[in-house]
Design a protein around this ligand. Structure first.
Ligand code: AMP
Length: 212
């Protein structure tokens, strides 16, 4: 099964994806995580992507598509995309890629959350520097301030979760990613879930939807 999660940055795609892969045998493909890893390792792709990412703009489609094909070419398990595709051009390339593999997208899930809520969530999000677990200092704080409950490593504020960059990311989403809702609605297999609920409730709802 191949699944795409859509939604604003901060709509809960990453948290949901981490839950879903525990329940279903899918591979979590977060282009944001992969790009941050490339950046941390200072690879040529990471160096090229860095200025786009830290300023809240999208990394060019060509780089993202090459990265996806290189990483997933040999993968035979079902894929759970989080943060990809982000443009209609990426969606079209993904369709052709799946077609060439004689596969298809089985479900697209849009996590619907109001804009003011995602802005607030992004501003209070903290990410573990060790395992990547996502916290929120207001609604889901770790037991010990700034320390990951799961692995004990320190938490950080992502460069692009800093106030100036958040507004840019929201605008980029509206301009470049929101058109994907119409694209996938027209393609069928499109589902909407209320992403404003607590994470466990969102996961239960989406799991039920995917297992139908
Ligand atoms: P995310 O972790 O999904 O919020 O992504 C963080 C940043 O990585 C984005 O703001 C973009 O700069 C870049 N990025 C992640 N996924 C993509 C994508 N599919 N296309 C272009 N840029 C991306």
């Amino acid at each position: 099964m191949n699944v795409i999660l859509l939604g604003y940055p901060g709509s809960g795609k990453g948290t949901l994806a981490k839950d879903l892969v525990k329940e279903m045998s899918l591979v979590h493909v977060s282009t944001g995580d992969i790009l941050r890893d490339e950046m941390a390792r200072k690879t040529p792709l990471g160096l090229e992507a860095a200025s786009y990412m830290t300023s809240g703009r999208l990394v060019p489609d060509r780089l993202v598509m090459d990265m996806i094909k290189a990483r997933l070419g040999a993968e035979t398990r079902g894929l759970l995309f989080d943060g990809f595709p982000r443009t209609v051009e990426q969606a079209e390339s993904l369709d052709s890629w799946f077609e060439s593999r004689k596969q298809s997208i089985d479900a697209v899930v849009f996590l619907k959350v109001a804009e003011d809520i995602v802005v607030q969530r992004l501003g209070s999000r903290r990410t573990c520097t060790g395992c990547g677990k996502i916290y929120n200092v207001i609604s889901n704080a770790p037991a010990k301030e700034n320390v990951c409950d799961a692995c004990g490593k320190p938490l950080m504020t992502r460069e692009d979760d800093k106030p100036g960059v958040i507004a840019r990311r929201i605008q980029v989403y509206k301009d470049q990613t929101e058109p994907l809702l119409a694209y996938y609605r027209a393609a069928g297999n499109f589902h909407e879930a209320d992403g404003g609920q607590a994470p466990a409730a969102v996961t239960a709802k989406v799991l039920a939807l995917l297992k139908k």
